[in-house]
Design a binder for this molecule. Structure first.
Ligand code: IMP
Length: 175
């Protein structure tokens, strides 16, 4: 499959994603059974994962979308804008950040630091995908779906220059 100038092949099927998402939700349900967490999906990439995950979560919870971006094309610019979209009511809450993918971990660290600064009671993260740099740097992610190496992926919310977010399977770049 081609998106603009790049070739992609199917990498993680929708069926495997569905099973993994259900397992992650079950784990969260168990850990937070006496709590009422606030899920904070980081837009845009996590919209599809967040929707599917939250349909499987059964504990009482709230959802509030936030936005931040560190990417242009296929390489991290390392430049972070600040977190937008959250509200003051996060003080004293148990927060679960919802990420599509953690690569360098810069985005997650930024979001996590800002939330701790806002007085959240606890801040944990769930990410569908984790790349090798985050693994090497020991970035703190409590719930992880799939481990990747360095491959660039699209689909299931993830994009290449804005395209491919609507695909229900995850594709990796060929070559
Ligand atoms: P980090 O700050 O380097 O961890 O990058 C996290 C963000 O970069 C993710 O939320 C994605 O939006 C984007 N990103 C990282 N790797 C990929 C990829 O392989 N495909 C699409 N987007 C990616």
């Amino acid at each position: 499959m081609k998106i603009k100038d790049l070739e992609f092949k199917k990498f993680i099927t929708a069926d495997r994603i569905e099973k993994k998402v259900a397992a992650l939700a079950k784990h969260i349900d168990k850990d937070y059974k006496d709590k009422s967490p606030v899920f904070l999906p980081v837009l845009n990439g996590s919209f599809m994962f967040a929707a599917d995950l939250l349909k499987e979560v059964t504990i009482p919870c709230r959802v509030s979308f936030v936005k931040i971006s560190s990417y242009a094309g296929t390489a991290s610019t390392g430049q972070l804008k600040s977190l937008i979209g959250h509200d003051e009511s996060l003080f004293g809450t148990d927060i679960i950040i919802v990420e599509d993918i953690v690569d360098t971990g810069l985005t997650l660290q930024k979001v996590s630091d800002e939330l701790k600064g806002l007085g959240a009671k606890s801040v944990e993260a769930v990410s569908l995908l984790r790349k090798q740099p985050a693994r090497e740097k020991n970035i703190d992610i409590k719930y992880i779906g799939f481990e990747l190496e360095q491959e660039f992926v699209v689909g299931y919310g993830l994009d290449y220059d804005g395209l491919g977010r609507n695909l229900k399977d995850i594709y990796s770049r060929v070559g």
